[in-house]
Design a protein around this ligand. Structure first.
Ligand SMILES: Cc1ncc(COP(=O)(O)O)c(C=O)c1O
Length: 387
């Protein structure tokens, strides 16, 4: 199967990216900032009632932070290092939420000293740390959700707690002098089943109602997380369908008493803007009669393509070579046998593909450069250019 670039990029945009890419040595990612700007506008247009917190972990390039800051975005931050980086770009601490539930007390303190007053949590120990290190701050509790089987990159189990514990934590937050502010969840990244938001919002509604009735706590905010789709090989509904459905779920549960709504998109804002350009190092077969060819490329699992683990994310791959296609196994350049990107899912590449030919991995603007190892087998981190 060969892909059509037009299904992923307007011809003029791809021509601009390719002309730039032609001047660079592989491997690298080219990010088209206009595409990110459009994705932000589209999300904002579809969720006019929500505040957007960009999940910086998806791609921490300063150019993206500056662009989204100029557009009025807020930022979901995972570590003190990300915090320093976004503050240096002119982001104000009021625009920041410390969204990582796993953090050191001294890092909470650092956020507080920088002026951040909004923290996620999902455990009593972390909550007590927040109360000490960031007194009086707003806290929201992350709950566990369903949806791991329909998300291409699930985020369940490790984060969040059951609703009963969430309620206990919010009561404890008040006792500790914090502001019990709201509930968050993340239904899994690249979530293809929109209905999982319905179940999650239902749980949130239950928590809002019970806390108000039993403890007199009025929560003010729901953080609907990320999970909105990027354009890979496995198709999803369009963003408009996500927005219509999620808005309906919210209205069914909250009617006219809609709390503050936060979205934390990462992938859906930046993935489609990126093209990773790699070069074929070798094409070989394991025996004379072997049906499949191995295509080794100068980028792999350890240099930005870790989301090919279990072949979870299937990036569209394009090459200029035309002609008859044949199934291939695609692997990276390191001396580690785990460095195979696709083996079970059959990518077809042209029979005449040869060393030196370029592969264009589309939709690679999210979770690629920041995942790249620093020196595995001596290979340097994956380069990135913003145009
Ligand atoms: C707390 C939090 N918020 C938001 C995101 C972004 O999710 P996505 O890339 O699916 O939009 C993540 C991703 O790991 C996350 O951990």
């Amino acid at each position: 199967m060969s892909i059509r670039v037009e299904d992923y990029f307007a011809p003029a945009t791809f021509a601009k990216i390719k002309a730039f890419a032609d001047q660079q040595e592989t491997p690298f990612v080219v990010l088209d900032l206009d595409t990110i700007g459009r994705a932000y506008d589209e999300l904002e247009g579809n969720f006019p009632y929500a505040k957007i917190y960009y999940a910086v972990k998806a791609n921490p390039a300063v150019e993206i932070t500056k662009l989204l800051n100029d557009k009025g975005a807020n930022f979901d931050i995972a570590s003190i290092y990300e915090l320093d980086k976004v503050l240096a770009c002119g982001v104000k601490p009021e625009q920041v939420s410390y969204g990582n539930t796993i953090k050191k007390a001294r890092d909470v303190r650092y956020f507080y000293e920088q002026g951040v007053r909004m923290f996620a949590t999902d455990s009593a120990q972390d909550l007590r740390n927040i109360a000490k290190a960031a007194p009086g701050s707003k806290v929201y509790v992350r709950i566990l959700t369903e949806g791991s089987s329909s998300a291409d990159w699930p985020l369940s189990r490790k984060f969040g707690c059951q609703p009963d514990m969430a309620m206990d934590l919010l009561v404890l937050a008040r006792e500790l002098g914090l502001v019990p502010y709201g509930i968050s969840f993340h239904v899994g990244s690249q979530q293809r089943e929109i209905g999982v938001w319905d179940a999650a919002i239902g749980k949130v509604k239950h928590i809002f109602t019970r806390l108000k009735a039993e403890d007199g706590i009025e929560l003010q905010m729901i953080n609907l997380g990320g999970g909105f789709p990027a354009n890979y090989l496995t198709k999803t509904n369009p963003l408009t369908a996500y927005a219509e459905e999620i808005t309906r779920f919210l209205q069914e549960d909250f009617g006219d008493n809609m709390p503050e709504i936060i979205l934390e998109p990462g992938r859906s804002l930046v993935a489609n803007a990126g093209v990773l350009v790699s070069e074929v190092v070798l094409v070989s077969r394991k025996s004379r009669m072997a049906i499949e060819r191995w295509v080794f490329t100068d980028v792999g699992k350890f240099s930005g393509l870790i989301e090919t683990m279990d072949e979870s994310i299937k990036f569209p791959i394009w090459t200029e070579k035309q002609g008859e296609l044949e199934d291939v196994i695609i692997a990276g350049p390191t001396c580690d046998s785990a460095d195979i990107m696709y083996e079970n899912y059959k990518y077809g590449l042209p029979l005449n593909l040869a060393s030196g030919d370029r592969l264009y991995w589309l939709s690679t603007g999210a979770y690629t450069t920041s995942y790249s190892s620093v020196e595995f087998n001596g290979f340097p981190p994956l380069k990135q250019f913003c145009i």
